[in-house]
Design a protein around this ligand. Sequence first.
Ligand SMILES: Cc1ncc(COP(=O)(O)O)c(C=O)c1O
Length: 376
Amino acid sequence: MHPAFDLSPDLCYLNHAAVAPWPRRTVEAVTRFAQANGRRGAADYPAWLATEQRLRERLADLVQAPSPADIALVKNTSEGLSILSQGLDWRPGDNVVGIAQEFPSNRIPWEALQDEGVTYRTLDLYATEDPEAALEQLCDDRTRVVAVSSVQYARGLRLDLERLSATCRRLGILLFVDAIQSLGAMPFDLNRIPADAVVADGHKWMLGPEGIALLYVAPGLRPRLRLHQFGWHMIAHPGDYDRTDWTPSPTATRFECGSPNLLGIHALEASLSLLQEAGMEPVAAAIEQRIGRLMDLMDQAGFEVLTPRDPTRRAGILTFRVPGADHPALWRGLLVRGVVCALRGGGIRFSPHFYTDEAALEGAMAITKNTLLHLP
Ligand SMILES: Cc1ncc(COP(=O)(O)O)c(C=O)c1O
């Protein structure tokens, strides 16, 4: 087992596309934070704010944003996408283009605009060989937004966001990226992918807890989004409690209405410190090695791989089917035997991270074959 983790040796943990285990240093950071709260209350609040600032810096670095002031810390991906969807000045007849197989967090905020006369047009990913071209074909002169995941949660298809962002630029359409399935697993560079917004919760590939998410909004778009949440924290002069006039903060904190989630902030800051020490390029290469290895083992076993074989078209997700098997039963059998994985996209989804060892990969495959023998 990797020294940075304390995972129970009886688990093959292949579920980072769902909820990741915390690294040791995250467990320690949360423990220290809890003890400090118990012993000293908020006496050291300025140090906590320094940790918050470090987290913004780490997140800005993770997406190569121009400044930490461009990073808002929100509750989750759904909240970030709702800030975007509810913030734009829609006109009846506008449309949003997305993908039919998206996770509901990136579908429902767009469907919820129906009462405003906005339609949500979706691409059936399983009916196209060229998703970027097919998304462009769905766009017309009333398309305001293309909203997609960088990596599809169910079968792991990675979109070519450089190409899609160039298309959106050319057509004058905003590009919003749900990057929860790629941030922490691979580099993301806003200089190469000039998305108008990027959103991702911390509990998957970033190895953090649930309930603390990154929301990047391009500085030019920020003041154009109508705000729906208000409070002491989102104004230009927070903490100046005697002052009665106010304007929204010019920075991304305008999207953070009240007190920060400092517990989550301490945890995610610690988790990202591990990933950034490891380096996102080596992390991505390690994940690709593990996916490649699993794919070989699946080919040897005669399983059907549903994830694209082209390494540029995938990230950390590998979804497979066993011909003729009852997949819900297989998944339940795997969970009982300690293979932590998910039932997604019509098959079983394995999602190893950079630290996952060979024993976990081989163990998961051996247990899968064994479980199949015991299915009715
Ligand atoms: C693509 C995608 N978006 C969003 C989420 C989670 O959304 P939230 O952070 O709102 O819980 C998931 C979780 O499975 C996901 O796979």
